[in-house]
Design a protein around this ligand. Structure first.
Ligand code: NI
Length: 394
């Protein structure tokens, strides 16, 4: 069964080439025109026909088996980040202020590799739906893909994706059973006081000191007001207000994010936040406007899909799957996993000797390309195993 890995190793150079081509030309969410065209071209070269373009730049391909059966969906995301690439490599980003620092270029290359491997394989029953999704970074491309019918025709029975993971060495594979990423919600808060002369605070309502109290007080949501066994993170990432040193600021704006792993905790926080902000503002005569928006749900890994991953990793790599803790990061694969059983795995890309040690979203993030054939082989082999097992159950 290591056969699939040796076939993938033969694609290694091509996988690196594809990844580097995408890496040099990063595109942001819903702007992935060039990337989308690249994907369609490569799928065509591989012999995958009947491609569909949905969700602006998303690509859907179907590899059908010899007879009808279940459908497994494999997903790659394609978008880059609005960050400056600071690497000094021949494949560094050519576009100022845009870079593939979350590895989505590698995800796209690996899924193309999986398509090539699947085309070389016999699929007696069922089909594999390969999807190349736009706009994972904050713009919920997955939601747009679902709205455009990606989970239908044929109906998807399970969805699988991987993400490069610089905390694990290349060759390692990990999964967090159950909750895998966090509910990622966001809020905007404006605290309004009354401006005045800095020397006469009693004639004003100082929105800066009220904001300081609010920032401190809302930390008690996590530490005192919610179940300590259910993680809650409340972070204010941006604060702005005021004019100059001798004027009391009439208002302060704050931007924050809330991360939770549990639905009940997620549901509880908005009210607690409102309650604390209201109490503090009222105490000091300030008013406020709070806007709370739910973001990506938590990715829930379906436990029924994990044993097959263990078999796949054993067969392809001769290794065990590492059990990981959930991450408080967000990931829009959750939208698929809400509708169908989902599996989101982490692929090791770290290599200390080669200097691939930086975390995702770091301006120096890079990955060991030895991981590319491994990822392609795992995706293809998981899909084949899934179709075999689930066809037998029909
Ligand atoms: Ni990512």
């Amino acid at each position: 069964m290591e056969e699939v890995l040796s076939k993938a190793q033969q694609l290694k150079e091509r996988l690196s080439e594809w990844r580097r081509e995408l890496h040099r030309h990063p595109e942001l969410g819903f702007e992935e025109q060039r990337t989308s065209e690249f994907v369609r071209k490569k799928l065509g070269d591989i012999g995958v026909t009947g491609l569909k373009t949905i969700a602006k730049t998303g690509v859907v391909a179907l590899i059908e088996g010899e007879a009808e059966g279940p459908t497994i969906m494999l997903r790659a995301d394609m978008d880059a980040l609005p960050l400056q690439d600071e690497k000094q490599t021949e494949y560094a980003s050519l576009i100022p202020g845009k870079a593939h620092l979350c590895g989505h270029d590698a995800h796209t290359a690996m899924l193309l590799g999986a398509a090539a491997l699947l085309k070389q394989s016999r699929i007696p029953r069922g089909s594999v739906k390969l999807i190349f999704q736009p706009a994972e970074e904050g713009l919920a491309g997955a939601k747009a893909m679902i709205a455009d019918g990606v989970l239908e025709q044929p109906k998807v029975d399970a969805a699988v994706a991987l993400h490069v993971f610089p905390s694990l060495p290349v060759g390692a594979v990990g999964v967090a059973p159950g909750a895998c990423t966090a509910f990622s919600d966001r809020f905007d808060l404006v605290i309004s006081g009354k401006g005045g002369h800095a020397a006469h605070p009693h004639q004003a309502v100082d929105s800066v000191t009220v904001a300081a109290q609010v920032i401190t007080a809302i930390q008690q949501i996590a530490s005192r007001m919610t179940d300590p066994l259910q993680p809650v993170v409340v972070t204010i990432g941006k604060i702005s207000g005021g004019y100059t040193r001798n004027v009391i600021a009439p208002s302060v704006s704050l931007e924050g994010t809330v991360r939770t792993l549990d639905k009940a905790a997620q549901e509880a926080v908005p009210e607690l936040l409102e309650q604390v902000v209201k109490g503090v503002c009222q105490s000091f005569g300030a008013t406020f406007h709070l806007e709370y928006r739910k973001g990506y749900p938590s990715v829930m890994n379906d436990p029924s899909l994990i044993p097959l991953l263990e078999d796949t990793v054993k067969d392809v790599l001769g290794r065990d799957v590492l059990k990981l803790k959930p991450s408080m990061g967000g990931e829009d694969f959750s939208y698929y996993a809400e509708q169908v059983p989902g599996l989101f795995l982490r692929l090791g890309v770290r290599n200390e000797e080669k200097g691939f040690v930086h975390p995702l979203h770091h301006p120096l993030f890079d990955l060991d390309e030895e991981a590319l054939p491994i990822g392609a082989a795992l995706l293809a082999e998981y899909a084949l195993k899934f179709l075999r097992t689930h066809s037998a159950q029909l």
